[in-house]
Design a protein around this ligand. Structure first.
Ligand code: G3P
Ligand code: MG
Length: 232
């Protein structure tokens, strides 16, 4: 069951993106769900990061996939080191947050390795309260090929024509779509197939309400502060 409002990149604009501070800020505000992006360090450890490089969101420079965990942990994301997926999973459990774990592929990276590494970690360390998603089918399929499968969602900018096959291949329970391209007819077809629809990224309260009224289960937002706790 999706929360109606999902804080994007941990806490949206409440804190630095993809940070433990963002999780805490989202929880303080009354958010029930958060989304964050996960990729691998050079030595294969899942960390929270959105861009291929650390340049925009940390005090360092360079491609994430070329930096070891030790190098990433020496960088600052706001007031904290680059978060590990394992510590974020723990904090989500402590705060009771539903989590959308987005497997984020990088240029030149190995999507299947990303999926299998994260899938294995989730099998050991996640309470399963949420869904995994990815723009990459290879990453999702690799994650789902692990011993323990997780609730998963397909992530697209616009819905492709072969979505039914992709849902069948992955066992997806939801489809996440870009809000500006959302087509209500697609939404109805997805819901009729028993799938939850979620739209990113909606930073306008009226637009979020209109999407909910059109049957969209959840919106990802950078502005969870626009919603009352009982609307989330
Ligand atoms: O998972 C929804 C949304 O986060 C996808 O876009 O670029 O913000 O990761 P992006
Ligand atoms: Mg994301």
């Amino acid at each position: 069951m999706y929360p109606r409002v999902i804080a994007h990149r941990c806490g949206g604009t409440l804190a630095v993106e993809n940070s433990l501070a963002g999780l805490a800020a989202a929880a303080r505000l009354g958010c029930r769900g958060v989304e964050f992006d996960v990729m691998l360090s050079a030595d294969g450890v899942p960390v929270l990061m959105h861009d291929d490089t650390v340049d925009r969101t940390t005090d360092g420079t360079g491609a994430v996939r070329r930096l070891t965990l030790a190098q990433l942990r020496a960088l600052r994301v706001g007031d904290e080191p680059v978060p590990l997926l394992s510590e974020v999973l723990r904090r989500c459990a402590e705060l009771g947050l539903w989590a959308n774990i987005e497997l984020k592929t990088v240029a030149g990276g190995d999507d299947a390795e990303l999926g299998s590494t994260i899938g294995q970690m989730l099998a050991r360390e996640w309470n399963g309260h949420g869904v995994i998603s990815s723009f990459s089918m290879a990453a999702l399929l690799a994650a789902q090929s692990q011993a323990s499968r997780h609730a998963c969602a397909l992530l697209f900018e616009a819905l492709p024509g072969d979505w039914r096959e992709l849902v069948g291949a992955t066992g997806a329970i939801g489809v996440h779509l870009e809000a500006v391209r959302f087509d209500p007819g697609d939404g109805a077809a997805l819901r009729a197939a028993g799938l939850a629809v979620a739209c990113y990224t909606v930073n306008d309260r009226a637009r979020a309400m209109a999407l909910h009224a059109a049957g969209v289960a959840a919106v990802f937002t950078d502005r969870p502060d626009l919603f009352a706790a009982d609307e989330m």
